[in-house]
Ligand binder design. Structure first.
Ligand code: AMP
Ligand code: GLY
Length: 416
């Protein structure tokens, strides 16, 4: 098969890494890519939102499957565009992608199909939202309804902070139309778990679990990021939790069918686990980053075959074979991330790492044979071993060999 991967980050590098190992994959392309991806896939200079350009490329290069990394093209309807032109794509259509593209849509779906989630209200104006805030204790969670590049969720510790956030969204319109509606939500405590699933015609096949570390600082302090560390499996997912997750997955699958969606692609469910209380925090309609990096290290099966079978509707849970080992990823970030940061710094030390370390490139570029930083998340240093302590030891020993100006990383991944 010829495969086109859309996207440029660590997640796409991990997908390409696994697809490049697949006996079923002949030619592998990736749009834009980065300095890591270019070693294993042919880079295509097309933007993820150039839907017709991507379809033209897929058509003229006999692409058998296009795999979509980021959410924005899915929410814009890339699957609908491809399908209309008779092209095969792995990712849900525009209507189903609303599960990520609109928090209000996702919440209404959860309510209709009795999927446990945090209590919430939807507000359409500053005045309405400000009145609703009175009903919540603090912290309260405020979320802009639409896609905000991962920046639309605010945990507000006081009424003043909540009103300030509402002012930014409704009055200053920092997210434009994506902030026309706002979700006010009860704050949940607990441990988060990422459950990615392959969905084939509304049938859900869970992958192994993962835990994403979202805070920039050690001991889970500081600002929320896209994810700066990850482990798989997630230790909070006990057998009992797994059973409850399975029940929720069945409800989601039934809901997709009842809504007459025809979902094929990835559904990534963010759960909050507090002892026996398990609730859905969010849906994403794509692979996670850095969840994909750890999952691809543990996946034993041929990813190309999994995608093919999911699209054809003959995937079974047995097609997903996993290593029993633990996987860990630590992300090296640019100084300042997730706020303003500088790029363009040369990266050294990548050639001095042992084979046991897999480096997924997130924000890197190759310029005149030099690899330089080009994003907030720069490198995702990963490995697999018999336990998390060994993984962390290996990663921390080797990460020291890598350097770029302002490089930062967390040393407590898998401890807390
Ligand atoms: P979301 O995009 O809805 O998953 O939110 C991003 C992150 O914000 C989540 O992964 C959590 O870390 C945090 N978050 C979202 N909703 C809540 C909530 N109701 N209670 C506590 N934390 C939350
Ligand atoms: N790591 C969380 C995400 O990909 O949304």
């Amino acid at each position: 098969m010829n495969i086109l991967v859309i996207g440029t980050g660590g997640r796409e590098h991990a997908l390409c890494y696994k697809l490049a190992q697949s006996a079923s994959v002949n030619k592998l392309y990736c749009t834009e890519g980065n300095a890591g991806i270019e070693k294993i896939a042919e880079l295509v200079p097309l933007q993820p939102l150039d839907l017709e350009g991507l379809a033209n490329f897929a058509e003229s290069n006999q692409i058998d499957i296009t795999v979509v990394g980021p959410e924005a093209p899915l929410c814009m309807g890339i699957s609908d565009v491809f399908k209309k032109r008779g092209l095969t794509i792995f990712g849900p259509d525009k209507i189903s992608a609303q599960l990520e593209g609109s928090k209000d849509f996702a919440k209404a779906f959860m309510k209709k199909y009795c999927i446990p989630t945090a209590n919430w209200d939807t507000a359409y104006s500053f005045e309405q939202a400000a009145a609703l805030v009175e009903n919540y204790s603090f912290p309260v969670v405020i979320k802009a309804d639409g896609l905000c590049a991962g920046k639309g969720v605010f945990i507000c510790e006081s009424k003043e902070a909540a009103l300030g956030t509402l002012d930014s969204i409704f009055i200053k319109k920092i997210f434009g139309d994506e902030g026309k509606k706002v979700i006010l939500e009860e704050f949940l405590q607990g441990i988060e778990a990422s459950q990615l699933c392959v969905v084939s015609k509304n049938n859900i096949f869970p992958l192994e679990t993962a835990r994403d570390y979202k805070k920039i600082g050690e001991n889970d302090t500081g600002l929320n990021t896209g994810g700066v560390g990850c482990i798989s499996p997630n230790p909070a997912v006990t057998n009992e939790v797994q059973k409850k997750i399975s029940e929720i997955l069945q409800k989601i699958s039934a809901g997709l069918t009842a809504e007459k969606m025809n979902y094929t692609g990835i559904l990534f469910i963010g759960f909050m686990i507090q002892e026996k209380d398990i609730r859905v925090l969010e849906f994403n309609v794509r692979f996670g980053d850095p969840e994909t990096q750890v999952l691809m290290l543990r996946l034993k099966s041929d990813l190309g075959q999994i995608l093919r079978k999911a699209i054809d509707g003959n995937l079974t849970q047995n097609d997903l074979e996993w290593s029993n080992k633990k996987a860990m990823a630590i992300v090296c970030t640019s100084k300042g991330y997730p706020e303003k940061y500088q790029t363009g710094f040369p990266i050294s030390g990548l050639d001095s790492l042992p084979d046991s370390i897999i480096v997924f490139h997130s924000g890197t570029k190759k310029i005149q044979e030099k690899i330089i930083t080009s994003g907030g998340r720069v490198l995702c240093i990963s490995c697999i071993d018999s336990d998390f302590n060994l993984c962390r030891k290996t990663l921390l020993e080797n990460i020291k060999k890598i350097n770029f100006t302002g490089m930062k990383y967390r040393k407590d991944i898998g401890i807390i």
